[in-house]
Design a protein around this ligand. Sequence first.
Ligand code: AMP
Ligand code: MG
Length: 413
Amino acid sequence: MISVEEAQEQVLSRISRLEPERVDLLAALGRVLAEDVVSDIDVAPFDNSAMDGYAVRHADVRSASADTPIVLDVVEHIPAGVSPQVTVAPGTASRIMTGAPMPAGADTVVMVERTRPGRADGGPDGSVEILAAPSPGENVRTRGEEVRAGDTVLLAGEKIGPAAIGLAASVGHDTLLVYRRPRVAIVSTGDELVDVTEKPGPGKIRNSNSYSLAAQVMSAGGEPHILGVARDTEEHTRSMLERAPEFDLMVTTGGVSMGDFDVVKKVLEEIGELAFWKVAMRPGGPQTFGAIGETPFFGLPGNPTSTMVGFEMFVRPAVRKMAGFSALLRPRSIARLTHDVKKRAEKRYFLRSRITRSSDGRYSVTVSGNQSSALLTSMHRGNCLISLPEGESLITAGTEVLCIRLDMEEGTA
Ligand code: AMP
Ligand code: MG
């Protein structure tokens, strides 16, 4: 039996990043960028107003106050999207809207709230009274303030979120080069399984693992392909596992324990290669890993939580590595255990738990229900897995323990 870390190391040493592909801008959301994105223009592309108000010469209005307003003739009205035609000469101003280009001659914008309409017969657009002195350049967004033409705005290796999509759009990129999402084949095994749409008959249960796994694949950045259920015969299991080379990764559940009909390991050894099949952990000791052709293969145990914890520990880092992420593991927090825990000393335990932050900023953690590996409710109610080390058999209330944050995506690699 190998440790969790040894197993993770073996897995990751056999996984490599997939090739990049060019996709439409929105399809890049959630993926890892494979190229630097460079701007073709200055952003902002021209000096413009940050406020609705009046474009003025600062020298004209530096002494303005509510008691001694400065009166300026209004020479033009500039909406967003048009080019100003009139130069703001001393003693004049232009009415200007947010985002509209600054007119020649003006260097400052006075927001409309600090003005009052003046006499209607002032300039071509009447006149305005300036009621407060702005600072020089106030409310002007200058050309190239955020980005200069030729600047790199997004870096290869970064994850594309909504703001990155917006930045790419603002610098003229309607496609992005990103790493491909791994295509992950999902096979559940077991003669007892019926589809989610069926009412299970005697001795049968619904196939939930295909769905929880597909959801985990999606959350990890992969593309799930549910291939269906393999019956507990070598022939049928072989026919399903032989499809592995059509995918980037294959994951099965069930059929890897010591039962009379647990044929997955046998078939793997026959048509592929087995790297390991037991990890010193609970839940989910029989974690099988190998390859069929070029395709990495994971045979996860059948109990619903063993499946999910096995995915979390071994498959998720593999999917993320293929998808181009450099941070492969979840963030971890240290938290104070609120109760005693007993365990078997020879195994690593992962307890489905809930971590909370108290008012003093410290974390505490409590198991989120029954830890039987057949039960999913405590997985759903939890937001972390407490990781309890080998070598210990009693961990007492108040001990600081390591929590794997299932509620957070990014961690260090
Ligand atoms: P196995 O590893 O095949 O012996 O399965 C262990 C336990 O997990 C058994 O109680 C199975 O009925 C259950 N199980 C196996 N596959 C699934 C599945 N796809 N969905 C829900 N439960 C499953
Ligand atoms: Mg089975």
